[in-house]
Design a protein around this ligand. Structure first.
Ligand code: BG6
Length: 464
């Protein structure tokens, strides 16, 4: 299908009793209904031994806990749309039942909210049962475990679906604050002259989580921080920060510019990565007692482009860190020969979550007799409200409309695997860190030549 995109006429989500459905999908469905964007059957598929009533109860519990509360009208509507198929993914009968439950739907959207080890089986079963005909498919990252498996997965998908009908979700691309990085860069003329190696000293991205693996031990054992968030979410942020202006004349322009950044990013060498594991991780349910999986990663990347040559891009992410925040700091070089600008230089700060804030760090005169400066932040804050469109809501809506622009394209997925491929596994030894710390001390050394990791907005004040 897909020369003229049609609206999907049913939404099937496999893994309907799982964690992702509970935390993200039910809340997205409620919001879609509230915004008038969902009016087709929603069929959950899972192997839980449940019936429709139990499935509806699960939806209600999810909305109470993660959906900002149950909206009575929207929930009443959701109840009329929900259907449920219980069964094993290896059993052809499950998919025969699914096709039956799809009734007269011709263009369903299948959302695979399941472990990636099941993708191939499920895609084949969808095909054999006739459920893939005229359909679209949505997959959750990580897409494969490395470059080779990502290619294999793609081959399997392409046997059944056209590329235009495959939607690879990286929910960071659907986040308002991430999209804003692109808008901010290209909708303001004052940024472009300084957004390059002549003015920018370094770029630092910190995605810190105060919590641990939250019962997702067995999932995390298969991924680790690099596969879970570096290869996808955090490289996409770098793509938005580093890309060239997209042409306005064709639809794929943004994704074309993103992939160019990934192709210009040098594959990581072991010395550019610090891997950590928080003390206590191996006692988590589902985690091997001798696990070598990292819960912390810090990397130093180089982009070999005219614009960014010599500018280090840093990523730091981890579980059980001192705070939960997602923040980008673009540090500018110092002005030359002046005694007025001692201390922290200029920077842009982009807080992506939990609050959305853009700040400009500037030096202004410290009141008093002496001609000395102090740091001041000019900041614009947007506290997300209940009515903001969540990434999953936006992306599900786009997939149902057949618009893939905010989804990861296969060439970008492969280019991102090439960046992390040399350091996957335990090429770099794992270091332990205490929960509540900023990871192994070696992570500090990665940034020594640019003055260390900049202070984040949630940290105690003081110039750094
Ligand atoms: C998911 C990862 O993709 O993103 C999780 O699997 C992580 O480990 C989550 O916690 C973070 O997403 P957000 O939207 O809360 O920043």
């Amino acid at each position: 299908m897909s020369d003229t995109p049609v609206h999907s006429d049913a939404l099937v989500f496999l893994g309907a009793t799982g964690d992702l459905a509970y935390k993200k999908i039910f809340p997205a469905l409620q919001s879609m209904i509230r915004h008038g964007h969902l009016d087709v059957p929603v069929i959950g598929v899972a192997k839980a031994g449940w019936n429709l009533d139990q499935f509806r109860d699960r939806a209600k519990a999810s909305l109470a806990e993660h959906g900002g509360g149950v909206d009575a009208d929207a929930f009443a509507k959701l109840l009329t749309l929900l259907r449920y198929v219980d069964g094993d993914y290896n059993d052809a009968a499950t998919f025969v039942a699914l096709r039956r439950e799809l009734r007269d739907s011709q263009h369903p959207l299948h959302y695979l909210a399941i472990p990636q080890t099941l993708f191939a089986t499920v895609v084949e079963q969808l095909d054999r049962s006739g459920s893939a005909k005229g359909a679209r498919v949505v997959l959750e990252k990580p897409f494969g475990r490395d470059l080779e498996s990502a290619k294999k997965l793609n081959e399997i998908l392409l046997k059944v679906f056209d590329e235009a009908d495959i939607f690879r979700i990286d929910h960071y691309l659907g986040k308002e604050a991430v999209q804003n990085l692109i808008v901010l860069r290209f909708a303001n003329s004052f940024l472009e002259p300084i957004w390059n190696r002549r003015y920018v000293e370094s770029v630092q991205i910190t995605m810190a989580e105060q919590f641990g693996v939250q019962g997702r031990g067995s999932f995390y054992e298969e991924t680790g921080a690099i596969r879970d968030v570096v290869q996808n979410h955090l490289l996409q942020i770098i793509g938005c920060l580093a890309m060239e202006p997209p042409a306005t004349t064709y639809h794929e322009a943004v994704r074309d510019e993103l992939v160019k950044v990934f192709r210009q990013t040098k594959p990581l060498e072991p010395g550019a990565l610090v891997r950590g594991q928080f003390r206590g991780y191996t006692q988590e349910p589902g985690v091997a007692p001798d696990s070598k999986v990292e819960t912390f990663a810090a990397v130093r990347l180089a982009i070999a482009s005219w614009r960014w040559d010599g500018v280090p891009f840093f990523i730091r992410t981890g579980k059980c860190l001192p705070l939960t925040t997602n923040e980008v700091i673009v540090k500018l070089k110092r002005p030359p020969v002046t005694t007025l600008a001692t201390g922290q230089g200029n920077y842009f700060r982009f807080e992506l979550s939990p609050d959305v804030r853009i700040a400009l760090g500037m030096r202004i005169k410290k009141p008093g007799e002496a001609m000395v400066s102090e740091l001041s932040e000019l900041s614009f804050v947007h506290y997300p409200s209940n009515d903001d469109m969540d990434a999953y809501e936006r992306l599900l809506g786009d997939a149902m409309l057949g618009d893939a622009i905010l989804f990861a394209r296969q060439d970008a997925v492969e280019a991102c695997w090439k960046i992390v491929q040399p350091v996957l596994g335990d090429v770099v030894p794992l270091e332990q860190y205490d929960p509540g710390s900023w990871g192994p001390s070696a992570a500090e050394k990665l940034t020594t030549d640019v003055g260390g990791w900049s202070r984040l907005s949630g940290e105690k004040s003081g110039e750094k």
